[in-house]
Design a protein around this ligand. Structure first.
Ligand code: APR
Length: 229
């Protein structure tokens, strides 16, 4: 019998208990930084040095962080389920927790890319990207991050994965940035749909709300799913 398909859709909240900042909560990044300045092509054109230092600081925090119990529980699901992670996060905590099928729709902070050819992507050999770091074509390297106004990656594949899922688990996202947030509506009527967060403004239709933090809820939910197999 084929294994049940689970899509896990994560946002910054799943990494909050690993010490990484969210964007719109108290203490969130967009309460301290103007996103137009540090996460947009215009900001890059105006002050690439400011953009590079914003991501260099976030990258150092990622390198210091560790996967938390929610990341580990999600990875453990692969023992019994066909699991596909679709994440808005740019950290590598799902990878380090042991998950193997991960789509990053907003990019990856541990990679750099050419400013002239977005298909030229490079794993970083040092913790920072600095002015003067060039790609093989001789152009300045930039963070491999999808900035506001740029097209999201893997959206069609992600939508198809949601539509085929038997279970959809949404963790730690305010669902405020489209088109990624719209993915939750691609889940089928038949699928079990759960959203985990300490609070929620509007629950997507058909989703059950499990109130709490990722670390307090996800391991328990995963145990429930294992018990039913
Ligand atoms: N456990 C679970 N959820 C949490 C926790 C936690 N410990 N702490 C906060 N949350 C929830 C918040 O309630 C909120 O719903 O995580 C969500 C964080 O929302 P945002 O800060 O908006 O982060 P996210 O939804 O990932 O942002 C989406 O916006 O700026 C862009 O590209 C950026 O990918 C990001 C996108």
């Amino acid at each position: 019998m084929s294994r049940s398909k689970i899509v896990v859709f994560t946002g910054a909240g799943v990494s909050a208990e690993s010490g990484l900042r969210t964007f719109r909560d108290m203490g969130g990044l967009w309460r301290e930084y103007a996103l137009e300045e540090v996460a947009s092509p215009e900001g890059w054109r105006r002050r690439p040095d400011v953009v590079l230092s914003f991501y260099n600081e976030r990258r150092r925090a990622v390198l210091d962080a560790k996967p938390n119990a929610a990341h580990l529980a999600i990875a453990a699901l692969e023992a019994k389920f066909d699991v596909q992670i679709v994440t808005q996060n740019v950290d590598d905590l799902h990878e380090r927790a042991g998950s193997t099928q991960i789509l990053h729709v907003h990019g990856e902070i541990l990679k750099a890319r050419s400013t002239v050819n977005p298909r030229l992507v490079y794993p970083l050999s040092k913790p920072t990207i600095d002015l003067g770091d060039h790609c093989e074509l001789g152009s300045q390297l930039r963070p491999h991050i999808v900035w506001f106004g740029e097209s999201v990656q893997h959206l069609d594949v992600a939508a198809a994965l949601f539509a085929a899922a038997d279970k959809v688990l949404v963790i730690g996202t305010s669902l405020s940035v489209y088109p990624a947030a719209g993915l939750v509506h691609h889940a089928g009527d038949h699928a079990e749909k759960v959203l985990v967060a300490p609070e929620v403004d509007t629950l997507p239709p058909g989703y059950r709300f499990r109130c709490g933090t990722a670390v307090s809820v996800v391991p328990e939910l995963v145990a429930e799913w294992f018990a039913k197999t």
